[in-house]
Design a protein around this ligand. Structure first.
Ligand code: CTP
Length: 402
């Protein structure tokens, strides 16, 4: 999944021949899951039509503050457009526009929007080679980068003039790639590794039967997705679950029993920075597992159970700098029980669910949590989708590790 998924991209097009390539650029942003709005300078419409861009972006294209011909036309508010965007990319950026951006000139909608935008602004220069190396252009490029804008440099090759040199706008694929890499490199969990447990465990009785529970694994999978979205490398140790995750940063390790989950967690724990144990691990397992299927008899059957190893507690006992988060599902004296678990298991925080809250727990898509940290700061959240709850958990961890 691209880091551009769900991002709001504002594309500013200025009057250079490379403007014809912006049709592909819009397509690529849309394909990567972004929402795109386009602003054009009036002169750029000579190179590509607004109709092409509005069709591809599925949004109206703006180029003036208002349309004199259309009395119903609304004022195109540059401030609103700038605030809407998660990122702005000006491509192609001509020498003329670059110079105006440097000086704060805002005699068209694109420039006014640039000047009021609070998001990251990228620009992809495009011009003839002599214009590109002119000292005034160099000054513009330097100043704009000093202001915090990010340049996607022009490449060398044959130019519209027939001359060969630097000045070609970067190819649309390379522009998207550049922006994706730049976003990835700035994600708050970039370079961090996180261990997450999810789902139930199945404890074998015989070759065909087991003791298990109704955990779907959804909460843990959502935490894995939320962590990966913030740039973390994730080890997701999952018990039997039909949940799926498609993110190259998430490595899924499938296990069945509590002992297998214990072994997998101890394999990865030393190399991670954070561990969030959300699995519903069986507390007991059959003491003896029958080699053969147990035959039905008339007399009642007694299965002796032995405790499983407490994975969370075992990690708390060996933890060095890792930030360790456990889950607690309680029915009474919730907060005081959760606080006791923080201490007895040496946790940095605990995510508390109360079975008394409607919409919390196993079989539902929602959850209602209270997060308590080791200083006993408590934060209670509203009932939310597990996806939103996962984001809250990761944000709370982030606040405490940074
Ligand atoms: N956990 C674990 N290993 C186990 C059992 C639980 O790692 N064998 C973890 C769960 O993943 C979760 C937390 O411990 O993070 C849940 O603990 P919980 O079951 O609420 O508490 P227990 O310690 O089992 O105590 P009790 O059942 O008495 O409340």
């Amino acid at each position: 999944m691209s880091v551009l998924q769900g991002k709001k991209v504002l594309l500013g097009i200025t009057a250079g021949i490379a403007a014809y390539k912006t049709a592909s650029l819009v397509r690529l942003f849309i394909k990567s899951g972004a929402e795109v709005k386009v602003i054009m300078t009036p002169a750029s419409k000579d190179f590509i039509t607004p109709l092409t861009l509005s069709t591809l972006s599925k949004n109206p294209v703006h180029s003036t503050f208002y349309d004199k011909e259309d009395e119903n036309e609304l004022w195109n508010n540059h401030v609103d457009l700038g605030l809407w965007a998660d990122l702005m990319i000006i491509a192609p950026a001509t020498a003329n526009t670059l110079s105006k951006m440097t000086n704060g000139t805002c005699d068209n909608l694109l420039l006014a929007t640039y000047l009021s935008a609070k998001c990251t602004v990228y620009f992809a220069p495009a011009m003839d080679l002599d214009m590109y190396i002119h000292p005034s252009t160099k000054d513009s490029l330097d100043s704009l980068q000093k202001f915090g804008n990010i340049m996607i440099p022009a490449t060398s090759g044959e130019l519209a003039s027939g001359l060969v040199g630097q000045g070609r706008m970067a190819e649309p694929e390379d522009i998207v790639d550049f922006i994706e890499k730049d976003i990835q490199s700035k994600l708050p969990l970039k370079g961090k590794k996180i261990l997450i447990t999810a789902g139930p465990t199945y404890e074998a009785i015989d070759p065909v039967r087991f003791i298990g529970n109704h955990s779907s694994g959804k909460m843990g999978f959502e935490i894995a997705k939320a962590a990966a979205k913030k740039g973390a490398e994730v080890f997701l140790v999952s018990g039997p679950s039909s949940q799926t995750v498609k993110n190259s940063l998430v490595r899924r390790i499938d296990v069945t029993s509590a002992q297998e989950m214990y072994d997998a967690c101890h394999t990865y724990f030393n190399e991670v920075d954070i561990a969030v144990l959300s699995a519903a691990v069986a507390d007991y397992r059959p003491k003896n597992v029958a080699d053969q299927k147990i035959k039905k008899k008339d007399a009642s059957l007694v299965i002796e159970l032995a405790p499983t190893k407490d994975i969370l507690k075992s990690l708390g006992a060996i933890k060095k700098d890792q930030f360790l988060v456990g889950f607690a599902l309680e029915t009474n004296d919730e907060v005081s029980n959760a606080k006791k678990k923080i201490e007895s298991k040496n946790l940095d925080a605990i995510v508390l669910n109360s079975l008394r809250d409607k919409g919390a727990g196993f079989a539902v898509d929602t959850n209602k949590i209270t997060i308590i940290d080791k200083s006993f700061n408590e934060k209670t959240f509203e009932l939310k989708s597990k996806k939103e709850v996962a984001k809250d958990i990761i944000n709370e961890v982030l606040e405490r590790i940074s």
